[in-house]
Design a binder for this molecule. Structure first.
Ligand SMILES: [Zn+2]
Length: 142
């Protein structure tokens, strides 16, 4: 805005507490080059000079901290083990279509209609834990 020079009797726009808004004022007294007392042209009240409110800077909306940093893809866990096993054992080539009638043994590969390619990790009675891309699932086995 630069340096503004004031003088007594000058018309300035200033916020008026009584009017509740910025109104035209006349400078009554000046101290050290800054208006001290003003008289409101609207309500004729005399009050201290308050610098006009600076134009508020456009604020960039503050994003929550969590939104700034995208969740890092989890490394390790069953996903990478799954990828490892598919590559090592060529699961895609060995997989049999899943059927409840098949007796699935550990290390067998299946092609499940819902879960996709999976490797039998553990057999427990008539159930098998199968590692799929989405994680470990328990399926019924013959
Ligand atoms: Zn006023």
């Amino acid at each position: 805005m630069g340096t503004k020079t004031y003088y007594a009797g000058q018309d300035v726009d200033a916020p008026c507490g009584r009017c509740g808004c910025e109104t035209r004022h006349q400078v009554l007294t000046i101290t050290n080059g800054v208006p001290e007392q003003l008289i409101c042209a609207n309500c004729r009240s005399v009050h201290k000079f308050r610098a006009p409110r600076p134009v508020p800077e456009p604020r960039t909306p503050q994003l929550p901290a969590s939104a700034k940093t995208p969740a890092a893809p989890r490394s390790g866990g069953s996903a990478s083990l799954y990828q490892q096993l598919v590559a090592q054992e060529q699961g895609g080539a060995r997989a049999l279509p899943y059927a409840i009638s098949i007796r699935w043994e550990e290390g067998a590969w299946m092609d499940h209609p819902s879960f996709g390619l999976g490797r039998v990790q553990r057999r427990l009675g008539r159930k098998v834990d199968v590692l799929f891309k989405d994680g470990l699932k328990t399926l019924v086995s013959a």
